[in-house]
Design a protein around this ligand. Structure first.
Ligand code: GLU
Length: 478
């Protein structure tokens, strides 16, 4: 374990608020957060909102709500790139003066014509640095971009990646790239470097798709005289069929997971294992994740998102909750309707029912649906169950049994159990032969929690009502 606490560690999660937060983004945030916590360092969030058209406040709010729900919270106030335009501009002016950045008025057509004339046949030609020495003036009257003048001495850029090892990029792989568009907006590669320096970021942990940007960012940082952070590019998350993770495979808004009834700790536990491993261990408390998380444990191979496994992890976390915590969680995050629509139950009864059903559900919404159905009682009975377990004799037994229940003073688990067992002995029937029909009466089928538990929580009156309903249903012909 890397146990040395190094409080100088500063990492950031830098979402662009152009959509909601999905699983991939949450995992990047989580790895940064765990890395910071593991080293006793600082976890920061920066909003990369320079794209005015696509950035929306509601996306930023939704992203922050997702992080908050997952318990991944910035240690310092959020940094917004849109509020730092003056800083970028001042630095750009200096860089232009120093000739490290230059204005370029070349249109796409001009660039293409020159490339064709120079013999390029495909569409992938580098910029020919035409404007590099032309000293275009700011008041030239035609649109221009700002390009970064890649230093002549540069032949290759080495990225020492903490996950991928050394990755070498040849200078031919990039040209004098644009750092300010013709509408005056700075590009991602430029502002990211300025802000990582401003925020004293020591480690950049982000998705593998950004590895190609890293040589450009290293060059920019060197030219600006900024110290270089360390880089770690984490592998992609793929769908089970090996393709890009899509909505169908589970790449939905994190807040949808909240609404569906995934517990934040369960989702965090599951996604921590996407690309990171600690032996064969699957279930981790938050504290263990912090204690065990290292970049050494992150592999180079893509991770595969497995909804079934997430459901399994979630079901374990649901089981572990106390029934009162489970009730609180369902009410707050998942299904307030359950509480509004089961008003004849006391809080205590509802909690008892939650406790009974808790271990049978994989997600909160499913748990609420099961409980709602139980509350309403069956409006029809499963044909197979009826066929297998009900006949005239059984119906007669149920009719007799409910009369016996009617006189019971106490209607709780042990009393009910004893009554039913005695009834079975008296009438020479096996317990299962009677228990299954009772289940059918209470729930409509035979897949349900223990029958004594169900009777006890429903209470005498409602239990008898449900038996009566089955008897009057006509599912068994006279
Ligand atoms: N805004 C970038 C993104 O959302 C962040 C990239 C980075 O971490 O440098 O992908």
């Amino acid at each position: 374990m890397e146990s040395i606490k190094n409080s100088s560690v500063r990492v950031r999660f830098a979402p662009s608020p152009t959509g909601t937060l999905h699983i991939g983004g949450l995992r990047t945030a989580l790895f940064n957060y765990l890395f910071a916590r593991h080293h006793g360092g600082t976890f920061l969030v920066r909003i990369e909102d320079t794209d005015k058209e696509r950035s929306k406040k509601e996306y930023k709010d939704a992203q922050m709500a997702s992080l908050e729900w997952a318990g991944i919270i910035s240690d310092e106030p959020l940094v917004f790139q849109s509020q730092r335009m003056d800083v970028y501009e001042a630095l750009l002016n200096t860089l232009i003066e120093q000739k490290k950045v230059y204005r370029c008025t070349c249109t796409d057509q001009e660039r293409e014509d020159r490339a064709r004339a120079a013999g390029h046949t495909d569409n992938f030609y580098a910029y020919d640095n035409f404007c590099r020495n032309t000293a275009v003036r700011a008041d030239c009257g035609i649109p221009f971009v700002l390009r970064f003048a890649v230093p002549k001495t540069c032949t290759e850029i080495k990225v020492d990646d903490l996950i991928r090892g050394t990755v070498v990029f040849q200078k031919e792989q990039f040209d004098d790239f644009i750092i300010v568009r013709s509408d005056g907006s700075p590009t991602y590669n430029f502002v990211v470097v300025v802000d990582d320096n401003f925020m004293n970021i020591t480690h950049i942990i982000r998705g593998e798709e950004h590895l190609v940007n890293t040589p450009k960012q290293i060059l920019l940082a060197q030219v600006c005289g900024f110290p270089l952070p360390q880089f770690a590019h984490i592998p992609l998350i793929l769908s089970p069929n090996g393709g890009k993770l899509s909505k169908r495979d589970g790449s939905v808004d994190v807040l949808q997971y909240k609404k569906d009834g995934y517990l934040p700790d369960a989702l965090v536990n599951y996604i921590a294992r996407l690309g990171w491993a600690y032996g064969d261990q699957e279930i981790f408390t938050r504290q263990e994740l912090i204690q065990f998380f290292t970049l050494k444990g992150v592999g180079k191979k893509s991770a595969v998102f497995d909804m079934k496994k997430l459901d399994w992890v979630n079901s374990l976390y649901i089981k572990k909750l106390s029934s009162s915590d489970c009730a609180k969680w369902l009410k707050k995050d998942v299904c307030e309707f359950l509480f509004e629509n089961t008003l004849s139950w006391s809080d205590e009864t509802r909690e008892k029912i939650i406790a009974i059903y808790q271990e049978r559900a994989t997600i909160g919404l499913e748990l609420c649906t099961m409980i709602m159905e139980f509350y309403k009682g069956p409006d029809q009975y499963e044909a197979d169950a009826v066929e297998k377990w009900l006949n005239k004799e059984v119906m007669n037994h149920l009719a007799l049994l409910k009369v016996q229940w009617g006189v019971l003073e106490e209607f709780e688990h042990e009393v009910i159990k004893t009554t039913i067992k005695e009834f079975c002995t008296q009438h020479d029937v096996k317990l299962g032969v009677l228990a299954q029909p009772i289940r059918i009466a209470l729930t409509g089928g035979t897949e349900s929690p223990g029958v004594f538990d169900l009777l006890a929580v429903l209470g005498k009156e409602e239990s008898i009502k449900r038996i009566d309903r089955l008897l009057a249903s006509g599912v068994v012909k006279n």
